[in-house]
Design a protein around this ligand. Structure first.
Ligand code: AMP
Length: 302
């Protein structure tokens, strides 16, 4: 079962304590679709400028990603510049240039409207809503956002959140969106707006899924080498939705497994700059790490 993703396709310039890279392929839709492509078919809705290298489009197509909805418009591609210090959990945005995204008005192709899974990647919440409104009847709609949009468009975002099934955001965004310092209270405030579940990404501390009945926590994989956390959140979402779409399940056991597959994909992604490691994976490696996650949290009740 296929997934539709709308999000940014970017040229990222990133600096971490372990290196720096200029104008490399990035963006929420890119990390999400590569991660999800290991599980099922993915179709992208996004815009790039005239300066976007055709080689990047060919790179995405190598994963079977449908790029028919990747529009090329006059102007410059979206650019993001960010920095991580030794605390790799938080990115500091140095510069955001929306460029062609500022005028983007997504129009879905007919075959995209019937897809059953929709991921609204981090982008202007008004664009997220424009995509959602064109969908026929998706089985699961999940969405992400970031401080940039929480600060600039809180009302649009709140309206969006009311329409989605699952919100996948990080801990700081959860607190900021709800205006509440305690993470669990903040999650409950947001659940009150409508979504069925909220999945909170907590960087090296793992992920926490909260719904009205229960909470589920997964640790992060204990890695010795983290080069660049960019895209961890989107590759998490790609593994999460990818697993649900591939299996067609959405009961609470499936959602828990999906959190672990999300954590698996994020753990691979951060070990190299950009989407490089994500792009070099094999499915047996993904399954192998899934089993390692199970061992990581297994304990006996004696
Ligand atoms: P994450 O998975 O949260 O690390 O997201 C990383 C990606 O988000 C980067 O590749 C950026 O290009 C992209 N990004 C950063 N700021 C924005 C923004 N304001 N809107 C859309 N995408 C963004």
């Amino acid at each position: 079962m296929g997934i539709l993703v709308v999000g940014s396709v970017a040229l990222d310039s990133v600096q971490t304590p372990f290196g720096r890279e200029q104008e490399i392929l990035g963006g929420s839709a890119v990390y999400f679709s590569i991660a999800a492509s290991y599980f099922t078919n993915v179709s992208v809705v996004a815009v790039v400028g005239e300066d976007f290298p055709q080689a990047h489009v060919a790179f995405l197509q190598k994963f079977g990603i449908d790029t028919a909805g990747l529009e090329r418009k006059p102007g410059r591609t979206f650019r993001w510049q960010g920095e991580y210090s030794f605390d790799l959990n938080t990115a500091r945005t140095l510069d955001t240039q929306l460029n062609v995204f500022a005028e983007f008005s997504p129009k879905l192709l007919s075959q995209q409207r019937t897809l059953e899974y929709l991921f609204l990647g981090n982008i202007d919440p008004d664009l997220q809503r424009k995509v959602l409104e064109q969908m026929q009847r998706p089985k699961i709609v999940a969405c992400d956002t970031m401080n940039y949009w929480i600060e600039r468009k809180p009302e649009s975002l709140r309206r969006m959140v009311a329409l989605v099934d699952i919100l996948i955001i990080n801990d700081a965004e959860t607190r900021q969106m709800a205006g509440e310092a305690n993470l669990i209270r903040a999650a409950n405030v947001i659940l009150g707006w409508g979504p069925r579940a909220i999945v909170i990404k907590r960087g090296e501390y793992g992920a926490l899924m909260i719904d009205r009945e229960a909470a589920f926590g997964a640790p992060a994989f204990p890695l010795t080498d983290v080069a660049d956390p960019t895209g961890a959140g989107d590759s998490f979402a790609g593994g999460f939705i990818g697993y649900l779409a591939a299996t067609g399940t959405q009961d609470s056991a499936a959602l828990r497994k999906a959190v672990v597959f999300g954590s698996v994909m994020a753990s691979f992604n951060v070990s190299e700059f950009g989407p490089r490691r994500l792009a070099a994976l094999t499915y047996p490696e993904i399954e192998g790490r899934f089993r390692e996650f199970r061992d990581l949290t297994r304990f006996e009740d004696i």
